[in-house]
Design a protein around this ligand. Structure first.
Ligand code: AHR
Length: 315
């Protein structure tokens, strides 16, 4: 209920916890990947656990749908809004509308480019540049990458922070290894179907892919689609062509355990808890909240893949 944040803003938050139910709108990107589905489930489960009424919107990877959803949350007078933005730009007008309605906004995962940082409370996110660096550092440590190493890159959604920053981090490391270069790079929009389709056409353009040393995919989902394409081209993914990616979803652990993928950098999908912690603190009057709350993730390889798959597949 909107009144709760106003009361909290006036410093009268002794009534905040018990007297009103909190309503939060969540403008999610879509359901393009296993990682995204786990993230949505985390927010839904955490809302339920805390007795928060959640209004969930799936934008099907379209920013215009997200903007419509945010406007509808504002019209309904929610207490707070979570946005997981599809792309970085184009957010200022709707964020200003939320601010005018005194509704706090928390950005989760990808970033927004705005001049006025007071338009959102905080951003909870991983360091995508570092993820790209970790992936490339692992790849450059492999024996196959010591000679000439031609790489195919499957990029995420154009304009999305996860695509922009992962490419940046990866290329930063690659610049120190002149024997390695990205010979083909194309977006596959973070989906498995596109990952397969785009990889098929890139392998054709590369005469079947025999001269390709590695696939670098901006997420596991695209890598899983591409693995299928590599197999259909008569090559062994994970052996003839190294496969490195980001997310650490169960299906990718299975592919690593089967020897068809080599490495992944974990992206934590359990973002519901931290997002609601910030919202509850803000609604209770806490205003000195850091502008960026970082999540971290490790690099996983084939040696632990089977055990990780067992641990994660039912979660
Ligand atoms: O923004 C994070 C990325 O979005 C994840 O790596 C990917 O799986 C999702 O679609």
């Amino acid at each position: 209920m909107k009144i709760k944040s106003i009361v909290a803003g006036l410093g009268l938050c002794f009534i905040c916890h018990s007297s009103f139910a909190t309503t939060v709108g969540f403008a999610q990107v879509g359901s393009e990947s296993g990682w995204r589905t786990s993230f949505s489930e985390s927010v839904k489960a955490e809302a339920k656990k805390r007795g928060i009424e959640l209004k969930f919107s799936d934008a099907q990877q379209k920013q215009e749908n997200q903007i419509k959803a945010v406007r509808s949350f504002i019209a309904q007078g929610v207490d707070a809004i979570i946005i997981a933005p599809v792309v970085e730009t184009g957010w200022t007008p709707v964020l200003k509308e939320a601010k005018r309605a005194r509704i706090p906004v928390v950005i989760v995962d990808r970033n927004v480019q705005v001049q006025d940082e007071s338009l959102f409370v905080t951003r909870i996110a991983s360091d995508f540049v570092e993820e790209g660096r970790k992936a490339a550092t692992w790849l450059m440590s492999q024996p196959q990458a010591q000679q000439q190493c031609n790489i195919i890159e499957l990029q995420g959604t154009v304009g999305a922070t996860a695509a922009i920053d992962r490419a940046k981090g990866f290329n930063e490391v690659l610049a120190k290894h002149p024997q390695a270069k990205i010979v083909r790079s194309q977006t596959a929009e973070f989906t498995r179907a596109k990952g397969k389709e785009v990889m098929e056409s890139l392998l054709k353009a590369e005469q079947g892919g025999k001269s390709i040393c590695a696939l670098w995919a901006h997420n596991d989902e695209m890598a899983l689609g591409a693995i299928q394409a590599i197999k259909e081209a008569g090559l062994k993914p994970g052996k003839d062509m190294l496969v490195v990616s980001v997310d650490a979803v169960p299906d990718y652990f299975k592919a690593m355990a089967d020897g068809e993928a080599n490495a992944t950098v974990e992206l934590n999908p359990h973002l519901g808890g931290p997002a609601f912690d910030v919202i509850e603190a803000y609604l209770q009057g806490k205003k000195d909240i850091e502008k960026l709350i970082r999540t971290t993730g490790d690099l996983f390889l084939q040696d632990t893949a089977a055990a990780e798959y067992e641990k994660r597949r039912l979660n």
